[in-house]
Design a protein around this ligand. Structure first.
Ligand SMILES: [Zn+2]
Length: 158
């Protein structure tokens, strides 16, 4: 039947047009969605590269700080070594001065009596050859004391 065929054909064309429109709309929607996602991806990429840049900068800063800390530690160690050898030099100089003072004291004229103040009580010698300071086992150099404790006694810091 021609009428029926014509109707059928018309209907199928209308359906086809609807389907095409629907597909086009769907594609457009997909395209928009894809573009949106691509934009998101670009944004994330940018953020990521910024984060990576920040991480690299932080790492560089950290390395610099670590280098500075190492350098400070070396400087501190060198200063410590210098201080230690200076201290050793000072101690040996003190020993030298003490020995010299003992030598002078042994050969000096007896000091005149100080009439103004009470005479300093002289420490009683232990009776042996060791320093009379408790816990000190150095040999006696003068007044029952070893060189170092004699020095301290003389200065009144014993
Ligand atoms: Zn002593």
């Amino acid at each position: 039947m021609p009428v029926r065929d014509a109707l059928s054909s018309l209907l199928s064309r209308a359906v086809e047009r609807r389907v095409r429109e629907w597909i086009r709309d769907a594609n457009a929607a997909d395209d928009a969605r894809i573009a949106e996602l691509e934009g998101e991806i670009e944004k994330l990429k940018k953020k990521l590269s910024m984060t990576q840049g920040a991480i690299q900068a932080s790492t560089a800063e950290l390395m610099k700080l670590k280098g500075a800390a190492d350098e400070s530690r070396n400087v501190a160690q060198q200063a410590m070594q210098r201080a230690t050898s200076a201290l050793a030099a000072a101690e040996s100089a003190t020993e030298g001065v003490t020995a010299l003072e003992l030598h002078l004291a042994e050969h000096a004229e007896p000091e005149p009596e100080d009439t103004g103040s009470e005479p300093e009580p002289e420490p009683e010698p232990k009776g042996d050859h060791l320093c009379q300071v408790d816990g000190c086992d150095k040999p006696v150099r003068a007044k029952g004391y070893c060189a170092r404790h004699y020095q301290q006694w003389k200065r009144g810091t014993l």
